[in-house]
Each structure stands twice: as structure tokens, then as C-alpha cells.
Design a protein around this ligand. Structure first.
Ligand SMILES: Cc1ncc(COP(=O)(O)O)c(C=O)c1O
Length: 391
């Protein structure tokens, strides 16, 4: 990869970090001593069959196990994917067949119908960034053909579909709760429709695993404290002075390979969510999380109106969406990410790496999204004034 160096701007006390969520010291201390395994009493999970898991990917593994999906079964999966949701299926020996997803991230129902074969046991649908897919027609199709409908809500906690919590329509759904909160781990499997009792028994991860998992959260908390003291600019300035000049990345390779950390790690299979995560989650009020994320999204949307070369992925914010991020389409994404990160804005080049199990050239829309979507933060620790700073 070629790279170019740019001059480093001087430190500026007005820089405001709008980074990823961080955990308060109080949360970490309470979580450390907690002995309570109670799952948070959120309306989404009330009176439903929910199995808390260590991560979203381990929930996917258990979902396959519950429904007996494995060797030589076929599951249709969306071509626009992270890779870490496909890999547990592949790990179980499932044959994954991608179907098209449009540039608007909508599933292509016709392509799904074309690709179903006699071996198809399930259709896997992802709700991206909090936006529910229109799955009622698909549900009817699945019922008619005796195919399971599996919903991936890893990016869509607390959204709704047809006035019910998202994730309660298909036969089962999975969540990656850790994507919405600053917690060391946390996912869930929800089984909505099954004539079989589950025999899944999971224990919290070992203490040394949780200790390792909270290290990045401690790093983020320190960064946040520095930012709140108005010293973020100085921190960045020092960092690049001492360690390296600020580098703007050059052109990216085509279909860069997914890093090892995104492949399925079977050692995590039997772990549940940690007590540390549960202790933090029990103090969350879902309604206020939804409200804050929506307000932040709308504020950013108003401000982004005037910015050239940055196109929101979605128009408007439907009533039933709890946004995970504010996704935008940009050219030269690595440059945007590098520059915004330097100013303390927690952006991601979303899903910029590729699972080698898919013939990507056959899915130009999905590849386009993987190369061009950048996510801006709207999480519940940010305020409207942060949104103004980002824009
Ligand atoms: C759509 C989707 N599903 C599932 C997962 C797996 O979740 P986790 O990272 O908690 O294992 C991811 C992870 O990025 C994802 O993006």
C-alpha cells in the first residue's frame, strides 16, 4: 500500500473527541464485584426464549446447533456481510450461498427465490445499522417452503418491525449487544419458533478472559477523560510527534482479506456473557438509549446536508429505527477515516475486509458498500454539540 505524509496541525485546545463509547470507572468497579447472573429486564427479551452468549458469533453457532444446521445443509446468506457472521456457519460445515443486497442495503427477494434449492434449510437476513429489512414476504415464502428464517440483529438492537421488537418475527435471531454498549462481551440468541427444547448451557467466561477484554475499554475511558479536560488535541499532537508523523493511507488493495480475529474461534463457544457486562447492562434504560441515538442521528443529518462528497446511506430516520451509527458513502474512505480519527471522531471503514469464501466479483453492489461505507458515531454518550463538532 502506498502512503503519503501530511503536515501535522498544531495542538488546539478546542478539539473535542467524539470517539467510541467508554466505560466509567464506577461501572468497572461494580462489574468486578458483581455475582449476579440476571439478564437485563428489557421489553425486547421479556417472555421470550433468550440464551445470553459471549458474542454474536457464538450465538450463531448455537442457533445452528439448535436447528441441526451442519454438514451439507445450505443456508442463503446476504452478500453484504462482515464475514464474522458467515464464518460460524462455515465452521459448522454449512454450505453458504450468497444472495444480492442492493446499494440501499435492501435484500433482493427475487435473487433469494432464484437461489433456493432443495438443500436450502435456512435464509439468513441481516438488518443493517438499525434499519429493519422488509421480511414479511420472505417469512411467507419460508413458511410455504419449510425453510427457516434467521434474523441477524447484531447491528439492530432496540429497533422495531411492524410494531414489534425487531428480531421477533423469524424462527430465531441473534444479537451482538456489545456493539451498542461499552461492555467487554455480550451477545444473545433468541428462539421464537421451534418445536424442540434447547439444551444449551453456557457459563460466564473465565475471569482472566474478562480482564483481557476490558483493557481496550480502560484505554477508551482514559482517552475520554483526557478529551473532557480539553486535552485531546495535545494528546494527538504528542502521539504523532513521538511515535510517527501523521500518515494518510494511499490506494487500497482489491478485496483485502479479513483479519484472523474475525474468524470463528471455537474456544469461545461455551461461554455466556460475563457478569461485568450484565452488571453494566442492568443499569441501561433502553428507551433513553433509543431517544439519544435518534436525536444524535437527526442532528447529524441536518448538519451533513451542506457537506459535499459525503452521502448519507439512508434518507431520513424511520420511526422504528434505533441507529447503531450514521452510515455515509465516501470516496477515498481511508483518507476520511485517518483524518477524522486524528480529530478524535470514532469512525469506522465499515466492513472493509473480505471473507475469502465468497466470489466477490459476482457481487458488485455488496463490494461497493464494503469499500465505501464509513460510519459516524451517534451513541448515547454523545450530545447534540458533539454532533455539531463532527459535522
Ligand atoms: C452482522 C453481524 N452479525 C454478527 C456479528 C458477530 O458478532 P460478534 O462480533 O459479537 O461476534 C457481526 C460482527 O461484526 C456482524 O457484523
Amino acid at each position: 500500500m502506498e502512503s503519503a505524509t501530511i503536515y501535522l496541525p498544531p495542538p488546539d485546545i478546542r478539539w473535542r473527541a467524539c470517539s467510541h463509547e467508554s466505560t466509567g470507572i464506577w461501572d468497572l468497579l461494580l462489574g468486578r464485584v458483581s455475582n449476579d447472573d440476571t439478564f437485563p429486564a428489557w421489553p425486547l427479551f421479556e417472555n421470550r426464549h433468550v440464551i445470553p452468549s459471549y458474542q454474536g458469533s457464538t450465538a450463531i453457532f448455537h442457533m445452528c446447533e439448535h436447528f441441526g444446521l451442519g454438514d451439507s445443509d445450505e443456508v442463503l446468506v446476504p452478500a453484504y456481510n462482515c464475514g464474522s457472521e458467515i464464518d460460524p456457519l462455515i465452521y459448522r460445515g454449512v454450505q453458504t450461498t450468497p444472495y444480492n443486497v442492493g446499494l440501499d442495503t435492501r435484500i433482493d427477494f427475487e435473487d433469494i427465490q432464484r437461489k433456493v434449492t432443495r438443500k436450502t434449510k435456512a435464509i439468513y437476513v441481516t438488518h443493517y445499522f438499525g434499519w429493519p429489512q422488509e421480511i414479511e414476504p420472505l417469512l411467507a415464502f419460508c413458511k410455504q417452503n419449510n425453510i427457516l428464517l434467521l434474523e441477524d440483529c447484531a447491528l439492530s438492537l432496540f429497533s422495531e418491525y411492524k410494531n414489534r421488537p425487531l428480531g421477533t418475527t423469524g424462527d430465531a435471531s441473534i444479537f451482538s449487544i456489545r456493539k451498542y454498549f461499552p461492555i467487554p462481551d455480550g451477545g444473545a440468541l433468541m428462539i421464537n419458533n421451534s418445536n424442540k427444547a434447547t439444551s444449551i448451557e453456557l457459563d460466564p467466561p473465565p475471569a482472566n478472559v474478562t480482564r483481557k477484554d476490558i483493557r481496550p475499554l480502560i484505554g477508551r475511558s482514559l482517552s475520554r477523560t483526557i478529551a473532557q479536560m480539553g486535552l485531546h488535541g495535545y494528546k494527538q499532537w504528542l502521539k504523532f510527534r513521538i511515535r510517527k508523523p501523521f500518515i494518510l493511507p494511499g490506494e487500497e488493495r482489491e478485496f483485502p482479506a479479513m483479519p484472523q480475529s474475525k474468524y470463528y474461534d471455537p474456544r469461545k463457544t461455551d461461554w455466556s456473557i460475563s457478569r461485568m457486562s450484565l452488571s453494566i447492562l442492568r443499569r441501561v434504560d433502553p428507551a433513553s438509549v433509543v431517544q439519544t441515538r435518534r436525536t444524535n442521528y437527526q442532528r447529524l443529518e441536518e448538519n451533513l446536508d451542506d457537506i459535499q462528497n459525503v452521502t448519507p446511506l439512508y434518507k431520513g430516520l424511520p420511526r422504528d429505527v434505533c441507529p447503531l451509527f450514521f452510515p455515509v458513502i465516501v470516496e477515498n474512505r481511508q483518507k476520511w477515516v485517518a483524518a477524522l480519527s486524528m480529530y478524535g471522531v470514532g469512525v469506522y471503514p465499515f466492513w472493509g475486509t473480505y471473507h475469502p469464501g465468497i466470489r466477490w466479483k459476482e457481487y458488485p453492489e455488496a463490494s461497493y458498500l464494503k469499500d465505501h461505507v464509513m460510519t459516524l458515531p451517534v451513541h448515547q454518550q454523545l450530545t447534540e454539540s458533539h454532533m455539531d463538532t463532527i459535522a
